[in-house]
Design a protein. Structure first.
Length: 146
């Protein structure tokens, strides 16, 4: 909500009995101290700005927008910048920012799907997941002048 963006968990291990976006947010809220102990996440879900999707073995759901992999090691042929991603948004395109979780990041089969790769640091510096989320969303939002 701070950057007026939605959230999608893709291929994330959620217990089977936890099904709706609000139920997922409530489950996560009980296990985190981040974002007001999950209150912001719950608010996203209640406003219809969060959903979950299965592991994208053949591609990402098209309704989520153009996938952009956030990585410290972009493929040179797919490399894009924060300003170019912001231009896509200004041009009316929806984008899906893809972040990895944990020390291994995005699995290679998934990293190969997006046609755009973006390093928010510009210098190949690896960031912890929460730091990367804030840095990427903040940089795009600032570039858009929000």
């Amino acid at each position: 909500m701070a950057f007026d963006m939605n959230l999608a968990l893709i291929g994330f291990p959620i217990p089977e009995e936890v099904r709706t976006p609000v139920e997922i947010a409530e489950w996560v809220a009980g296990t985190t101290s981040i974002g007001g102990h999950g209150d912001y996440f719950l608010e996203l879900a209640e406003k219809g700005r969060f959903n979950k999707f299965p592991y994208p073995s053949k591609g990402f759901p098209p309704q989520l927008g153009e996938p952009v992999l956030t990585t410290s090691k972009p493929d040179e042929k797919k490399k894009t910048s924060v300003s170019e991603v912001a231009e896509m948004v200004n041009g009316g395109r929806s984008i899906l920012l893809v972040f990895g979780i944990g020390p291994h990041g995005v699995p290679k089969d998934i990293a190969s799907i997006p046609k755009y790769h973006m390093d928010v640091t510009g210098g190949g510096f690896s960031l912890e997941t929460c730091t990367a989320l804030g840095a990427v969303c903040g940089a795009i939002s600032a570039t858009l002048g929000r």
